[in-house]
Design a protein around this ligand. Structure first.
Ligand code: FAD
Length: 302
């Protein structure tokens, strides 16, 4: 039986592993896709203390190396369910095995919602982005587009408007779905140009984005918006239903935890983007990971 099973080998999961291992706990990390989580897909990270600029892949490989050096066990398995036995131990079922642990940390992250058009994956990181905080600075002094109409989209547009010369904000309807204060800021910011009732149907470009093909939803006419970058901010999708027997989940699918990363089940903790919170970044994921591990350690030491 492991002391701690960590579900997800992203930034939060790996940070939790470092803290747990350095406190002499045995750790198994389970990962369904690839080491590193979301950040492994980012060509450049420039807001993580220590490295002025580093690719997300290099950053996560360094974290993984550190975790393995400290003695973590790692398996590429998808966790299907977690159950708590009468003796207090957890049973973690995956697509290939069953593991037992005295504590579990869920660090399953979230995925950015994609629009689902043909060139979207091909141009990811080459003009197509999902995180204005992370990648907006690469387009300083340039015109960019942003797709979305909720709070994240509005906050992203406001942020981009302070970096870029123009932000074309494409919305499906002719209204926003979020805080009135953001709407007012958007309306009062000269270099945010709202393009309502629009549907982006294609990302144009081979090696880099050259523009968007847009359809006006009211009359069906088409136009090309020439921009080197588009930020897609149509939401994130966590995937936590499988844990709903043991945790509280909010209406958007995020796990609710207290400041110590404790869930409603004793011995079950959560960390990173998959938890209900406001800022989803590497630095907040590492913070969560450290806190979750320390909480798990004090639970185990009780
Ligand atoms: C393109 C892009 C660029 C970004 N750039 C930056 C940046 O420059 N700076 C910054 O601070 N932030 C950036 N971010 C945000 C940052 O990547 C996230 O905040 C951070 O990765 C969150 O870490 P996490 O460990 O909570 O989740 P994730 O990184 O999402 O890791 C979760 C892991 O859990 C795994 N998992 C999920 N479910 C299961 C399961 N059932 N069984 C097993 N494994 C499972 C997933 O496969 C994944 O590997 C960027 C995000 C993206 C998408």
């Amino acid at each position: 039986m492991y002391d701690i099973v960590i579900v997800g080998c992203g930034t939060a999961g790996m940070t939790a592993a470092i803290y747990a291992l350095r406190n002499n706990k045995s750790v198994l990390i389970l990962e369904s896709e690839a080491v590193g989580g979301q950040i492994a897909f980012s060509p450049k990270v420039e807001n993580f203390p220590t490295y002025k600029s580093i690719s997300g892949e290099d950053l996560s490989n360094k974290m993984f190396e550190q975790v393995l050096d400290l003695g973590a066990q790692f398996e590429l398995e998808t966790v299907l369910s977690v159950e708590k036995r009468a003796d207090g131990a957890f049973v973690v079922k995956t697509d290939v095995a069953e593991h037992t642990a005295r504590a579990v940390i869920l660090a399953t992250g979230a995925k950015q919602k994609h629009i689902g058009i043909a060139n979207e994956d091909k141009l990811l990181g080459k003009g197509v982005y999902y995180c204005a905080i992370c990648d907006g600075a690469f387009y300083k002094g340039k015109e960019v587009a942003l797709i979305g109409d909720g709070n994240t989209a509005m906050q992203s547009a406001i942020l981009l408007s302070s970096i870029c010369t123009k932000v074309y904000m494409l919305t499906w309807f002719d209204k926003f779905f979020g805080d009135e204060s953001h709407v007012t800021t958007i309306r009062n910011t000269e270099n945010i140009i709202v393009m309502p009732n629009t549907n982006v149907v294609d990302f144009i470009g081979d090696d880099g984005l050259q523009g968007l093909k847009v359809v006006r939803r009211d009359d069906g006419s088409e136009f090309i918006l020439s921009v080197p970058a588009v930020f897609v901010a149509i939401g994130q999708v966590p995937d936590n239903k499988r844990f709903s027997n043991l945790v509280e989940i909010d209406k958007d699918g995020y796990i609710i935890a207290d400041d110590s990363m404790r869930t409603i089940t004793e011995g079950l903790f959560v960390a990173g983007d998959t938890r209900q919170k406001t800022i989803r970044q590497l630095t907040t994921a590492t913070g969560d990971g450290a806190i979750a591990a320390m909480s798990a350690i004090s639970y185990l030491n009780k």
